[in-house]
Design a protein around this ligand. Sequence first.
Ligand code: ADP
Ligand code: MG
Length: 491
Amino acid sequence: MIEYEPVIGLEMHAELMTESKMFSKAKVVDSVEAVPNTAVSPLCLGMPGTLPVINQKAVEYALRVALALNCEINHHNIFARKNYFYPDLPKGYQISQYEQPLGVNGWLDIELETGTTKRIGIRRVHMEEDTGKLTHQDDGTSLVDYNRAGVPLLEIVTEPEIRSGEEARAYAMKVRQILRYLGVNSGDMEKGVLRVEPNISIRPVGSSEFGTRTELKNLNSFRVLADGTAYEIERQTAVLQSGGQVIQETRGWHEGRRETFSQRTKEEAEDYRYFPEPDLPPLHLDAAWIEEVRASLPELPDAKIARYIAEYELSEYDSRVLAEERAVGEWFDTAVSSGKSAANKVATTPKAIANWMLNELFRLMNEAKVNIDAIPVTPAALVELIGLVEKQTINNNTAKDVLAEMFASGTAPTQIVEAKGLAQISDDAALAAIIEQILNDNPEQLTRYLGGQEKLRGFFVGQVMKATSGKANPKLVNQLLSRALNERKTT
Ligand code: ADP
Ligand code: MG
């Protein structure tokens, strides 16, 4: 039987989070929350006599993405009309880019489950406008909301270099992460502000020609992207192996049946009768402005991860978790510089900060279901807390309770320790006296310990902690307890 290999190219559409629309002053609003048809201008409705004006902020946002995806930037941009009729497109055409898109020949490295990296070529990044939104009702009528019509939209198209559903998913998730880092898109797929469409075909292994492709539309999660793509590869393989032919078409995903189904046969580019938009002049991008935007890009995830590994000696896994979201990475970076600052006498290491964030802070955030930008604990306050542990003012367990209190009230750790008298007992004489008392009060356990039941040591430590409400310096307790037990062994 012939063996086939999948060939996949991804198209992603991302709405840009600008104040106003791509070609008009109408506001960009949340298309799920806002009252329908309240953010609409005559231009969005295709009224005669209206003329488009390019939104500079949208161009800047688009440029950020094209640069972050390593594209070559076209200084000379052309907008084009893509003509077709649909009730969500009152103009009868969409203003898009066809022959001279903003960015071409980019790439993005993705991490595969095997731990290796694969570079995916990006064919083009172009600017366009979104359409309105149709809601089909059970009674057969449909409602249309033009709030979304004309919202700046970016199309990001890969080369057909993806080879599996999992690779498609890894790529799409990374693009989403970068869009969020750049602050141009929320990544909220459920709201439809980010959409993914895989083009899928298969060919005999070793062949250099492409097979006929299908395109999957309206996938609303990364899981569905991976599963739908995998399903389509299997379906096409079965069709070819049974002697049939794959038809070029657009297919949807049926979540209940977990399978793809035919929606319509695919149109070709020529069907759209693209031509240069006569109402807009070519858009020239200044080289100096492009460089200005490039210089303003934040540190991107891959660079951040590499820096955490190289400079802070964090594990790759921890580095990835910390760099997953820009806000978390920046919180960590701020804490690290606060840890280095002269005012802090204890050399709090990036590693210690990372551990406290990844374990305790994330646990508290998960429990409270809040993002890092909404917590009352500041990076400097966490560093102060770690400093108290390093100076042995409080022990590790007390510090966890203090952090929970900081998380709930925003109070500074030093203040909590003072107010609640949580400072650790590091007084040799006081602790030695408590230990003596406990050994004397528990003769039975002591005899068993001295008789060889060494694990009873934990019992004595527990008693000391209980007697001191958990405030005893654990290191000191262990030293003093060893001394006291040894004395009894030899007598
Ligand atoms: P269109 O604009 O008609 O959707 P494009 O040529 O721009 O088509 O391609 C869209 C996406 O489909 C790109 O990501 C491209 O890499 C991918 N693609 C093109 N041909 C194939 C094919 N035969 N199999 C799989 N993917 C393909
Ligand atoms: Mg397409």
